[in-house]
Design a binder for this molecule. Sequence first.
Ligand code: SF4
Length: 506
Amino acid sequence: MCSVASGRWVHWFESHLRREKYLQSQATPPLLALQHSSISPSMDDEVEARNGSRDNKEKRKRKQRTTSEIEVMDIEDFGRDETLKIRASLLGWYDLNKRNLPWRTPTTTTTHEDEDDADAHEDLDNRAYAVWVSEVMLQQTRVETVIDYYNRWMQKWPTLHHLSLASLEEVNEMWAGLGYYRRARCLLEGAKMISEGKCGFPRTTSALREVPGIGNYTAGAIASIAFKEAVPVVDGNVVRVIARLKAISSNPKHSATIKNIWRLAGQLVDPCKPGDFNQALMELGATICTPLKPICSACPVSDQCSVLSMSESHRSILVTDYPVKVVKAKKRHDFSAVSVVKILEEQDISKGSQYNSRFLLVKRPNEGLLAGLWEFPSVLLDGEADGATRRKRIDRFLKSFKLDTKKNCRIVSREDVGECVHVFTHIHLTMYVELLVLHLKGGMKISYENEDKETMTWRWIDSEALSSMGLTSGVRKVYNMIQKKVALEPHPCQNKKNNSKKLKDS
Ligand code: SF4
């Protein structure tokens, strides 16, 4: 082992001894104390609510604070030589190995001698816009998924000005399937705000932070990549790489640890090529220093990696032990009843009668989960519920849309289609799906008259338009279930006699 690596190992060992001594002095078994430090504040609050003890809470908070202070002391700065080596190795590696991604292509090939000229200014703004869109899309989403969304988005709204003229409806539709829809709404709000300001794109991290939805990460990415401000960018990839480079053993979700990783990333960032450096660090985490199978033999910074040198000298230490694993909060389990309401509309055409069908879509409230997005009518249940309870709840809900099965419409058929699970960040949602086919007494005219055109909180849509519109993944899953079911059944036109009989019977 080289002397630098052995020095680092000794430091790591000493710091762990210090921590263990400290934890023992708190009369708490070390392992338990470390687990405490990895409990997120929200989980801790939950436990506390059950205990109902404010004093204990205060004590625990004090202990956590002190524990994290000890851990923070363990995180040393990068040395000057170390920093220079990491910068040079990483930038060289990135030049040769970076993936060819659409948002990395400059918006223009022209080089501007005077950065103050209007064209140069516009090019930089366009570059910043492209970085912004891509970075927002990439949060919580895989690169492979984002590429297609990004290309379609930039085709429709190539500049910030184009986006600022879009409606939330259009933006949501373009975003459909990417999840975390708040991101799309913030992009639109931010674009409108910057456009109205008439000063062009904000060019510093502090100014960027004023824009809705732009946090430290996105501000750092835009400022460093588009405007060459020497500021760091820290995402999950960067946390992992730095935690391994420095053998950081504190909870990576803890605010004190995150703050320190930002500090360390700030030391590393290259002042001449901040954008490339930040992208290189993220690229290293995404392609080489991966969570489960890091390829240390191909890593450009392996000589500076503390965890690698530790694992080479002690078989019991694995590089994948870092960053330390944090127990994830348990997801809430919700249940909902979803009714895909289909209205059959009989039309006389020259060669006889045929049925058109339309589906009811309802807009979700403008706040909360999936805010402002369209879905099939659904009600949240108190827990698992039998068919009768679900139908009762749905029937009551449908009255809000002037659909009363006892007054103005008749049930042609009503069947349970099955269950479908959709997983959100904190929620595991089981949806009980039914297909409810109705025939309106007095025809669709009545329904259109009742449609809420002013606020558009619900609307009727034909199957062709439904198939092509942007739907959230959960709604798409439900619709696919319905399509599969309908495909197995004869079309209502072919089964007109049966339908007429059912109408008479119901
Ligand atoms: S040497 Fe291995 S663990 Fe260390 S930074 Fe490189 S890939 Fe990650």
